[in-house]
Each structure stands twice: as structure tokens, then as C-alpha cells.
Ligand binder design. Sequence first.
Ligand code: FAD
Ligand code: MLT
Ligand code: ZN
Length: 475
Amino acid sequence: LTQERYPVQRLPFSVVSEEDLAAFEHMVPGRVVTDPEELEVSNVDWLRTARGCSKVLLRPRTSEEVSRILRYCHERNLAVTPQGGNTGLVGGSVPVFDEIILSTALMNQVTSFNSVSGILTCQAGCVLEGLSRYVQEQDFVMPLDLGAKGSCHIGGNVATNAGGLRFLRYGSLRGTVLGLEVVLADGTVLDCLTSLRKDNTGYDLKQLFIGSEGTLGVITAVSILCPPRPKAVNVAFLGCPGFAEVLQTFSTCRGMLGEVLSAFEFMDAECMQLVQQHLHLASPVQESAFYLLVETSGSSTGHDAEKLGCFLEQVLGSGLVTDGTVATDESKAQALWALRERITEALSRDGYVYKYDVSLPVERLYDLVPDLRARLGSQARHVVGYGHLGDGNLHLNVTVDAFSTALLDTLEPYVYAWTAGQRGSISAEHGLGFRKRDALGYSKPPHAVQLMQQLKALLDPKGILNPYKMLPTQA
Ligand code: FAD
Ligand code: MLT
Ligand code: ZN
């Protein structure tokens, strides 16, 4: 399946032998999975559009076990795909051929939490939602949140430099991750697991591994700064008549809500149709061309409610927003968030999904959506736009009955070239993985790509870590 869509040749890695399996059994006793049925879920990605044929999955519990596994694989020239929650959206988390799957599922222990500084240190396989619950009990929050929270691992989040729904408030993991422990391709354990806010001693090596998508090392532990839990959270869900009004509402919102604004997300009318149709969620506002989810988070309920009230009065009064609703209690707020967070799920139920995740100047954020609707006509079921408007990040998705190369050729490189024409990024937050690696050149100049290849060769000279991913196919 994969090979048909993306022509790629297996590199000359060794093939796992009976002796290798015996060696692994010795390293991680009882945690060597070879049952084809059990392997199936780890060989296929979340979107069910990338499939490998790995014959073995390993479940280490400790960094030392990861180190032993990699040292052995390095010596034997066996390729390895690191895997967290397998929720990645670019085909990076599953093998392409028979790479060994190295799962962090059993590396799920919290090492420490400092309730004064909010610094959490944990193993890479901790599930994001579990960590969220853990720190919330101590009046903190995780600095990131995303629709896949119930399955994704913190190591996977760091490996993809996931953005998500709290980016507007807390920024990138490049700022909130304070330290990492990483096992390199040859088994060396690199201890950069500091818990310091400030540390300008030489190159900041952990940054290399944030967003490296399993190609430079296996992240085994993470130290991350958690902000205090906001006491007052309000969520407004609004309807807007056009994209010009969406932009003006955003400007007004930034001006009037200032420091309490914590999310500004948008979705178009087709997204709303899809969540209604496939997930049976009801729209809380009148039918509109666009919908906005505005969240405020602060420390004073009265102060935030008053600010939000003034903002709503302004945007409703001026006609920028035609209808709206506000939730202050947690379950109602969650119901509003579900309309936005579950678009991904609704799309995957609609058919085959061509997924794009681009950064663009905010004033041109939606232009590509009507452009593609006109270009594709009846070839597409739906062409939708949604995303993190406050971060200049559009999710452009096209659903169809079934995959076709002809449609792929209509979409690519058109979408990438259009984005590059705006000096945008062809991957804002999902990464390149397997699916987008050959598009890297649309967002990075040749010298930058070359330097990336040199770094890869330095850290992983045999190329055993997540081969065929992130970096373009070399001639
Ligand atoms: P996986 O999918 O298992 O792996 C992803 C990549 O990281 C692979 O290349 C893998 O090899 C590598 N990797 C995993 N663990 C390690 C490790 N320990 N060391 C080294 N490499 C590793 N992304 C966003 O940015 N923002 C969103 O809002 C967002 N929402 C999502 C919503 C849904 C419903 C879904 C399904 C996905 C969403 N994503 C989003 C995609 C996002 O990248 C992943 O959800 C998440 O960050 C990946 O974590 P994971 O543990 O599932 O990693
Ligand atoms: C989102 O913002 O919902 C995620 O990035 C997932 C997606 O793009 O579908
Ligand atoms: Zn997103």
C-alpha cells in the first residue's frame, strides 16, 4: 500500500533473525512482541494511510534497556522506528518496511514534580492526559494540550514538537521543555535532563531532538515547565459571517482581552457540518460561515468575565459576530472545545483525508481553501479549513471517497508551492514524517537541508533511526 503510493526502496539494513529475537528477549524479557495480530496496530498509523510490515516490537521500561537495544541494533545494522502513542499525522510513527518498533508504552513513570517551580520530570512514555491530570491535582497545567491527549506520549509530543491548543498562551515546547534524556543511535545515553530555567553553557543540544521525529535519537525522559492552573477559564463559541470579520474579531480580541486570552481557534461551516454529521454534536450557535472558539484563562473570575463581556458586546454590536454563547463551567466548556478538537476524528470518518498543516500570514490564512474548492470541484467530498488562527496555522483538509494518485498530483506540489509563495511553512506543527519529507525544500533552503543531512550523518552514521523519514530522499 505504502510502497505503491510513495515509491521507496528498502535500504540494506539487516533482517531480524532468530538470534536477534533471542538477544532482545534477554534484554527485555517478556516484552518482545512478535504476534502478527498484536503488531498490526503498531504497523498502521492513526490515519490508516501508512503501513509497515515490522515483525517485532520491543517494550523497554528503562533508559538502560533502550540503550542496550540501540547498541545492539547499531552493531547489527538493524533499523528502528521509535513509537509513542502512534497518533502522528504524517506517517512518521510506523515502519515503512520491517524496521523494529521501539515502543515507549511501558516507560510511563513520573520521576518528580516540584510544586513550587512547577517542573515535572517524567519518562517519555507518559500519556499526555495522565500528566495533565497529575499536575492539575497539584494546581498546575501542562503547557500543551491537543485532541490526541488520551493516547499521545510526552516523548512523542517532544519528538514532533507538537503545537496544539495552548500554544497561543504557553508557546512552543522549545521554550517549555527544560531538559531531555536521549539515547543516541549507538546506545550512548545523552543526559541533558536539567531542570533549570536558565542555562547558557554551550550549544543547547536538547533543541536538536525537539521536533527531530525519531531520526536523531530516542527521547527517554523529559523535564518540562508547567504553569500554574488558571483559576478562571471562560470559553466563548461565536459565529462570524466572513473571514474578514474573523480577522477583525481577532484584532479586537487581542486588543480587549490582552493578557487573559488563551486560545483563538477557528473552523469553517463545512467542519461544523462534518462534526454534526459524523459525531452528532450540535452547534450551539446559528449557522454561520465561520466559527470561533475564544478562551480566556486568568486568576480572577469577575475580572475575566467583565472583560469577556465587554468584548462580546463590542463584536456583537458591530456585526463582526452574529451569534455567540459562553461557557464558564468545565463540562460546558469541554463541550464547546469538543466541536473544535474532534474535527480530525469527523474528517477521518468522512473518507480518505489529504491533510495539510501550513503556517501562513494570518491575513491570507483562508485563501487557499476556496481556491482549492474551485480547483477540485466535484473531485472532492469536502475541502475544509480550521486551525490555530492565533498562531497563523491553517489545517487544510480534503476528503474523498478513496485515495487517487490523480488527486494527489492536483494537490501536490500545488499546496506546497502556494505556501512557499507566501513564505509560509509546509508543516506548521505535524512535522514531515514519511509523507512530507520530499517537500522540505519548499520551506528550507538547500544549505539548511544539507546541514540537516550532515547532522543526521553525525548522530546516526548508519542511518538506523527512523529511516525514510523527515529528510528528503537522497539522489
Ligand atoms: P507518535 O505518533 O508515536 O510518533 C510521532 C513521531 O515521533 C514519529 O516520527 C516517531 O518516530 C517519533 N517518536 C515518538 N516517540 C519518540 C521518542 N520517545 N523518541 C524519539 N522519537 C519519538 N499535533 C499538533 O502539533 N497539534 C495538534 O493540535 C494535534 N492534534 C492532534 C489531534 C488528533 C486527534 C491526532 C490523532 C493527532 C494530533 N496531532 C497534533 C499530531 C501530533 O503530532 C501527535 O498527536 C503527537 O504529538 C504525537 O505523539 P505520539 O506519542 O502519538 O507520537
Ligand atoms: C488539530 O489542530 O486539530 C490537529 O492539529 C489535528 C488536525 O490537524 O487534524
Ligand atoms: Zn493543530
